[in-house]
Design a protein around this ligand. Sequence first.
Ligand SMILES: Cc1ncc(C[n+]2csc(CCOP(=O)(O)OP(=O)(O)O)c2C)c(N)n1
Length: 698
Amino acid sequence: MTINTRATEATTTAQPLDILALYRTMVMARAMNDMLKTRKTQGRFPFYIGCAGHESMAAVVAALDQDDWLSLYYRDLAAWLQRTGDIYGPLREAYSRTTGPMGAGRNMPSHYSSKRLRILPTFSEVGALAPFAGGVGFSLQRHQAKELVLFCTGDGGAATNDFNVLFRQAAVHQLPILMVVEDNGWAITTPSPIQWAGSLVEWAKGGGVYAEEIDGTDAMATYEASTRLAQHIRSGQGPVLMHLRMGLLDPHSSSTDIRSYRTKEEIEETTAAKDPVKNFGRWLVDNGHLQQTDLERIRKECRTELERAESEILKEPQPTAERVTEHIIYIPQWQENTPRETKRQTSMLGAINEALAELAQRDPDFFVYGQDVGSPKGGVFGATATLVTQFPGRAISSPLNEQLIVGIAAGAGMIDGKARCAEIQFVDYHQSAAQTIRMAARVSYQSYGDWTVPLLIRTKSGSGGGGPISSGGSGGGAYGHSNTGEQWFTCIPGMITICPSTPFDAKGLMLEAARAQSPVTFLERGRLYRSDPPKDSAGNIIAPMAEYWNVPDGYYTQPIGKARRLRIGEGPSSVAIISWGTMVLESCTAGADIVNRKGGAIEVVDLRTLEPFDKEAVAAAVREANRVIVVTEEQDLTSFGRHLHSWIVQNCFYDLDGTPGLVSAIPAPPAPYNEPEELAFYPTAKTIEAKIEELLAE
Ligand SMILES: Cc1ncc(C[n+]2csc(CCOP(=O)(O)OP(=O)(O)O)c2C)c(N)n1
């Protein structure tokens, strides 16, 4: 017989609770946990991390709506079962079956994820999903949706930067987020007092978030509190933190020996008093909902159901080696388009303003989020000035926290598949967001294409503080304002990295980048924001480049992954220079000076997209010139320039008549503030010219 119990508060939106169904879900979670633990011990698969002690998370999910978004962690098997009713999914992932709903057998087990059922993709990096969950909440709030986001982590997870970022996102924007800290007292071998000092509840309240401590070993108390706290959020009173006290009944994972760090007494006490399944079973019997004998009967029924499912799953296909390259990166299919609107001479900054305004015009959900971007100035460089005046509310100033910024834009993009823009003021400061950026780029691979993270990260990079192009120096950006960035982003699998050198390409590529389903890092070079077209040393404008300072009004796109080949001079090229960003201009100046003196032609390949770069264009340019120089503004350490150089050596060796050159900044921190040292740090047209001469003489 099924008994329906109403939520205790008449004002809550919670669904009627079927307490016996809830109990069965918790028993099922425990039975699956015990089965998978045994299977791991039997050597049937390499790893398992369990849920024993955390089964009352089913009660938290039972108190929410089916439309609410879940961000679970590896102990939340019971939460998964409560939302999905799917016992096959976790077994399929444990046995690495292609039918697995979370990653088609690609990710470790216990990494709960389902786009269809609104379960965000869990990462192995503890807490790493938190900034994304904030982005989901941010989007829900902008749409005035009634849904909320449940974010779960352990007591160790509460100490991560990521969790603290979520807390700030939720508090500052008063987002509809229920943060649950499942405190089982341990983070592997470390007890929870090492994770925070004082009271978590008081800490949260001090930060502007309502909080309560709840007994997570009691499923009914957990359900009642979750119902009430969800109602608090839905009634517009802001986010909530629930400090859920629990016990960990098993070792940390299949790789840990529980007796090596916990005392016999503590283990016995936890087992006796903190088992939520046992406690709930006892309560059901005491209150006349079940007989004592029903408890064992239900456990056996669950076990039988699981064994049946397991035998079916073992017949299902396992992954094959051929699929290892699937779902790494999504480059949008470019549609040829000829811009027909009036062209005007425009700076790169003007072109970026236009691109952002176009995106806002075409999509009411598009926004730019970042430090100072909502001010009348439009950020420190003025890239969002047009948005601020023409599209109020679409350029939103953020707290000073790069990880927080990326999380907001990434999470918002995940739930509807449309890129939002995160502005990182200077690429040097992306470093606190590095984990979130890497995770964003990994999601499609680890979920085997179930989830994607469309995300446009715009950032000022390289030499130049944004002022007019200097006589060759970086404009005094110094440390913290002068890194190039491509060395950090081009090595991330799943990330698209773009670095335009002209206003025309900046606008066309940014509009195309916003269509991508993979995250894009858009490196805007400070020295190019307001630069004129490049000139030779005699002051003549270099015509093949100058035309790209004329920018059409309206919408047009340029293809991702396609280089632009520029010929300086007439006839076959004697040297190919491969470059991007500011160094394209420097290379053009160097090439023009050589051609002015010696005649002939030099080709400059403007890569535009660095990853994935245009291999055909590079190979074709090398094939024609038989001599090549890679010019990069990066330091000569492990860099994208070195990678490209190595690719050329490996793939174009028989087309080369001389040693491929590399011109780069020196391997020191970028860049000294004083002019003599700063000028010595970066490559210039003069150093490039000297390298061309050297190569021609070889
Ligand atoms: C960022 C990060 N650092 C370290 C680890 C290794 N690690 C895996 S689980 C874990 C402990 C997490 O503890 P807690 O959040 O309390 O969850 P519990 O396992 O106790 O439920 C650690 C340190 C990791 N996965 N991610």
